[in-house]
Design a protein around this ligand. Structure first.
Ligand SMILES: Cc1cc2nc3c(=O)[nH]c(=O)nc-3n(C[C@H](O)[C@H](O)[C@H](O)COP(=O)(O)OP(=O)(O)OC[C@H]3O[C@@H](n4cnc5c(N)ncnc54)[C@H](O)[C@@H]3O)c2cc1C
Length: 265
């Protein structure tokens, strides 16, 4: 680990100001990605600005037609929330299958989506459920937020404050997890909200999370699980690594979409 200045922000303004005055600052949320990155000397920020003491960045609110989750809300809090379980059970289930208990008790929704790991679960949750990412500057549709592997539209110093999820009519998430990390080898969020059907895929593409138009067309209005399973997904542009070939991932996309559609129905 290289030396850095540690700053514990006490408010959103404090964090944003510390970040803008730093030569090369980095926000710290749950630290599940950032701390190992620092320990391996893969990053060398001048300042690490800890968000943990900013109370109003964590929490879940029921807005009727949507639920809003503060950026510093842990995966465990989402998984165990009565509000999330009753309004969007698919999201509670997604959060409950991230990593292990240690990761779920430290990792946050804001850290997860800012990091945009190509195998992370929340990006598929956000895109599949048509969420809105709220920052200190603007509101961004999930469709526009995730741009590439570990890349988002966040500007330098921009702070995610919350994520708003519209309540879906039907939704479910199915994941084929890496047995060690539980990251998605392939994960698919299937959702139907206000007559629109979405299928968002994580873990598979070389460009990170994406909406699978062929799966969405097959699912149709009735979330037809058999039709989704029958889709022959192309392996072009899919990841191939020691865990799974591109062809295997292509196969898993149809299977996970079909399982999610069955669960949602
Ligand atoms: C062993 C292990 C297993 C895991 N398994 C899974 C899994 O199965 N599925 C899954 O989806 N994830 C998994 N994760 C990832 C984990 O769940 C965290 O979501 C992820 O590591 C980042 O969240 P964090 O809160 O720890 O962020 P941090 O590590 O603190 O930060 C990550 C990045 O986000 C930035 N950041 C943090 N908060 C904000 C904010 N509010 N605004 C702007 N930028 C911000 C930081 O500056 C940093 O660049 C796993 C991690 C580990 C270590």
């Amino acid at each position: 680990m290289y030396n850095f200045n540690y700053q514990k922000a006490t408010s959103r303004d404090d964090a944003i100001s510390a970040r803008s005055s730093a030569d090369d600052g980095s926000y710290l949320a749950g630290g599940m990605t950032l701390i190992p990155t620092l320990k391996q000397r893969l990053a060398k920020p001048s300042d690490v600005i800890d968000l943990a003491a900013i109370d109003d960045l964590a929490g879940i609110t029921d807005d009727g037609g949507a639920i809003t989750i503060g950026a510093m809300t842990t995966h465990a809090a989402v998984a165990n929330s009565d509000v999330v379980a009753s309004k969007i059970p698919a999201l509670a289930a997604l959060a409950g299958h991230i990593g292990d208990p240690q990761v779920r008790n430290r990792g946050t929704i804001g850290g997860s989506i800012a990091n945009n790991d190509p195998a992370a679960d929340y990006p598929a949750g956000c895109v599949g459920l048509n969420a809105t990412i709220i920052t200190n500057k603007r509101e961004i549709s999930a469709d526009d937020f995730f741009t590439d592997l570990f890349e988002t539209v966040l500007e330098d110093g921009e702070l995610i404050t919350a994520v708003s999820f519209p309540v879906a009519d039907k939704a479910a998430y199915a994941k084929f997890p890496n047995p060690a990390s539980r990251y998605a080898i392939v994960g698919v969020m299937v959702a139907q909200t206000g007559g629109e059907t979405r299928a968002a895929v994580t873990g598979a593409s070389q460009s990170g999370v994406y909406r699978a138009a062929d799966i969405e067309a097959a699912l149709g209005d009735g979330l037809d699980a058999a039709a989704a399973k029958a889709v022959k997904v192309s392996a072009d542009g899919l990841n191939s690594d020691i865990h799974a070939s591109a062809e295997y991932r292509a196969h898993l996309i149809s299977i996970m979409a079909s399982r999610a559609a069955t669960a949602a129905g």
